[in-house]
Design a protein around this ligand. Sequence first.
Ligand code: ATP
Ligand code: MG
Length: 332
Amino acid sequence: MTALAAPAALTTLLASPEVTDVLVNGPGAVWVDGLGGLRRVAVHLGDAAAVRSLAVRLAAQGGRRLDDSSPMVDVHLPGGIRMHAVVPPVAPGGPLISLRVFRRQALTLADLTALGAVSAEGAGVLRSLVEGRINLMVSGATGAGKTTLLAALVSLAPAGERIVVIEEAQEIVTNHPHCVRLEARNANAEGTGLVSLTDLVRESLRMRPDRIVLGECRGPEVREVLTALNTGHDGSAATIHANSCGDVPARLVALGSLAGLDGRTVATQAAAALGAVVHVARAADGRRLVTELAAFELADGQLAARTALLFGPDGLAEGPGWSRLAERLGRS
Ligand SMILES: Nc1ncnc2c1ncn2[C@@H]1O[C@H](COP(=O)(O)OP(=O)(O)OP(=O)(O)O)[C@@H](O)[C@H]1O
Ligand SMILES: [Mg+2]
């Protein structure tokens, strides 16, 4: 594997199994995020010029340019690391580097249970959602663990099925034996060559998918996703940024408007296409937890996500959305 063009102090931090993010705040301050939450570490990477040249070097290693004319970059690096970097004057306090570490090996649902993210009982419900071919959204805030949970759920699909995974850049690591990938592409300097998520969702339909998995639903591709899920492909899944299950309907409507869909159309299409949303959130101590399962339904022409289960420290608590979902899962 190609070594990261970074000082040993940084590569050592990135290699620690507990570390999920390393944040370099200009000269002086290096923070890590992981099992215990965000904490500052005694690592020094030099002055602002040294941090800037590190960011430039890493960007170049990922095939991108970082300079005064393009002062921000988001790039994948060797070893399963994603880097975002921004340099002055956009970052007036000095260069800011945010590194996210992806696991080289998939975390299974059993691993997530062992990490305390979900109880064995809760994991059983998640497993039955996949087995029951419920179309799922995994919601959560930035870095809450959405992609990781999505990958763990994808791995549970029967081995005899074909899964097409669509992403902006490869992040989903699964154990599934029949998983093929499509990756979006930015336009080149001449403004051509763009392959969008919307294009890829459309293409995937011609690839005989049993399930379609979209790394993140974040733009107008929501229209193609809803169409795809309303025409078969049960058991598909995507992640979506939202602060709670209850916020997902409004987020879907907002994304739909980017594709020219009005709120009512999104509501009827989403209510028919999507079965449930699983929410992940970070606890005060930094742990990443599954917190809620909600069922989508149409209420007075509006899309609603009704709480089905709350995943608390004392077990699962049923909400008003559970009975219908339980019926679909044969658990009532
Ligand atoms: N339950 C967990 N326990 C420990 N680490 C976890 C857990 N879930 C995810 N992680 C780690 O946390 C980091 C963030 O996870 P992930 O990329 O899944 O979050 P995300 O919500 O998809 O982030 P983004 O908003 O950037 O898409 C990764 O390094 C991942 O390996
Ligand atoms: Mg993600």
